[in-house]
Design a binder for this molecule. Sequence first.
Ligand code: SF4
Length: 215
Amino acid sequence: MQIEKLNIKYTPLSPEDRIKELYKDFNTILFTSSFGTTSAFLLHLFNKINPNQTIYFLDTTYHFNETLDYKKTVTDLLKLNVLDLKPESWKNNFTTQDKTWNSDPDLCCSINKVEPLDKIKNNFQVWVSGLMSSQNKHRGTLKIFEKKDGILKFYPLVDLKEQEAFDYIKKNNLPEHPLLKAGFHSVGCFHCTVAGKGRAGRWVNKSKTECGLHL
Ligand code: SF4
């Protein structure tokens, strides 16, 4: 089905119905989660519809312990099937010694996030992500479906506000990311994240706003 037709079909639907339709229209679905502050929303929605869905986590080796604890809590609670994708160790060691997140964060993200995902991406028809258009300027241009780097991407939450995710998490008694209370509205690697509203705490004082996975 053409992307335009997919967007026309899926736009009027709720996020839950969009996910139900996705399983009718596609067979091989790649779902990545950062186990960030809003992640439990999409994880819970998918889990209700397909509890067998594999969730991929990009383990850059630079995650906050709070994120790793949160990942375990949510995984155990929802009985998720989570697989970690790791960077090549010699390259990861290089970025650690070189502190590449300071000198060339795009290269650091490429080694620790983009490359591990690229190795499996072609096995899937569609890649699901919880991006919301309200999160930054680039995301403001997204539609439910778009084609990027040879794979179709699916953003079932694109027209929602982050507050709706937080409300859903509360309403469904899902755990809150432990760093949220400390003022971290968006959580990535500890080298590149400080407390801040929205995505203001990510790559502070750098022009970078996305890790490269979604550009
Ligand atoms: S977010 Fe920062 S530390 Fe993590 S992979 Fe990207 S540049 Fe490296």
